[in-house]
Design a protein around this ligand. Structure first.
Ligand code: SAH
Length: 392
């Protein structure tokens, strides 16, 4: 196995179990690692400290273990079994009301670069590192074994998530099964998942608990679900007794799926209407009929250098909502950009509120659910931020 020796002193973050090694920390190699290969990492004093997947790029190694263990089928089974156990303890797996959950959340499950979402009988697996791509077959085998009949299909979806420079030529496709049955269930509500063409793994699993909270606030309210994607928040609002629900997304495909999903849960219900339209255009032209607004935009900043523009985006967007929401209205507002901190986001929303001059109170501060755990040694894993606001 290729050995990697760190520069003197560069082992400090590894001693605190941070799972990344940046390229600048590398002293030299003993051997020549391929993209995605597992390498052993040593300090400059030649002491073993970690092992992980090597990749050309700023994050050069993603740590799989701080112990000298083989990275083999038994290793993958062990890690996946721990992940499943966690999902069972928090009540999202093996729950007859809920068969949609994130089984593996990268660093949060000590599996940097790997995402696995479960939708009923199908697991959608996504590699974000070369190493997870290289090891996909072993991972799929381990997954099939530890799931013990819970799943029948594994769909691999990494065409857009791997570094294209690595030339890995990933192909989307089934590694197990091949069923096209795509209806899953979240907290008793059904929805179609488009894992073949949809965004991410097909659904935004990370909003489950925030949607459940919205349900509690929906009774008798007029709801605007802005950036609805496949309508997640909308069907919770309907179950919560909303007077009307309008779902808006710029993607016509997302709107089609939203309509299908509403129909699946509330056939013939006339309280719902969906619009394929740009958010800012809709917010400009809409009236002041809404007293519950959800703003769940895509990540405005994917990199640190886009932060300023992103914060301006959040400010503009939220200012529109503050301007139009009915007195006594409730605003659910989110940011899923990892580079935008909780404080950044709150400042942007604060500025928007101040522009409107209205009295605004924070009722809840939201984050990602427990099946998207944050590894305590990797605070970067915390990405979803939300505020529930009461607007006088
Ligand atoms: N709230 C959703 C997830 C939102 S993801 C859920 O619970 O599942 C962000 C969505 O914003 C995507 O569906 C994307 O199509 C949409 N989007 C991106 N830019 C937009 C724009 N300018 N106007 C309206 N929708 C937009």
């Amino acid at each position: 196995m290729v050995k990697l020796y760190l520069k003197p002193g560069k082992e400090e973050s590894l001693k605190r179990f941070h799972p990344w090694i940046f390229s600048g920390a590398i002293g030299h190699f003993d051997g020549e690692p391929e993209e995605g290969e597992v390498v052993d990492v040593y300090t400059s004093k030649k002491e073993f400290i970690a092992k992980g997947h090597f990749q050309i790029g700023s994050i050069a190694v993603r740590v799989l273990s701080f112990q000298q263990v083989p990275i083999d089928l038994a290793y993958w089974k062990k890690r996946l079994a721990v992940a499943l156990d966690l999902r069972r303890s928090i009540g999202v797996a093996d729950n007859p009301e809920n068969d949609t959950y994130r089984l593996v959340h990268g660093e949060g499950d000590s599996l940097p670069g790997l995402i696995i979402d479960v939708y009923a009988k199908t697991a959608v697996m996504q590699a974000h590192s070369a190493g997870m791509h290289v090891d996909r077959m072993d991972i799929a085998k381990a997954l099939e074994e530890i799931m013990e009949g819970r799943i029948e299909n594994i769909y691999y979806k990494s065409e857009t998530t791997l570094p294209f420079k690595a030339d890995l030529a990933p192909e989307n496709g089934f590694l197990l099964g091949g069923s096209t049955d795509n209806i899953a269930c979240e907290n008793g509500l059904k929805f179609h998942v488009d894992w073949l063409k949809g965004q991410k793994t097909g659904f935004f699993v990370d909003q489950r608990e925030n949607r459940a909270l919205l349900e509690r606030y929906s009774n008798n309210r007029s709801v605007l679900n802005m950036f609805c994607y496949t309508g997640g928040f909308s069907f919770y609002a309907m179950r919560g007794g909303a007077k009307l629900v309008h779902s808006v997304d710029s993607s016509a495909k997302a709107i089609d799926l939203t309509n299908k999903n509403v129909e699946l849960n509330f056939p013939g219900d006339t309280r719902h209407a969906a619009f394929a339209e740009d958010a800012f255009k809709y917010l400009d032209r809409m009236g002041d009929q809404y007293d519950l607004i959800i703003l769940d935009p895509p990540a405005f900043a994917k990199h640190k250098d886009a932060l300023r523009n992103a914060l301006m985006g959040y400010r503009k967007l939220n200012a529109k909502a503050f301007e139009k929401i009915k007195p006594g209205g409730i605003l659910f507002t989110f940011s899923c950009s990892q580079v935008v901190t909780k404080e950044n986001f709150r400042t942007a929303v604060f500025t928007a509120a101040a522009l409107s001059g209205r009295n605004v109170r924070i009722l809840h501060q939201l984050t990602q659910p427990a099946d998207h755990p944050v590894n305590i040694y990797h605070p970067e894993g915390e990405y979803l931020k939300g505020l529930v606001l009461y607007v006088e």
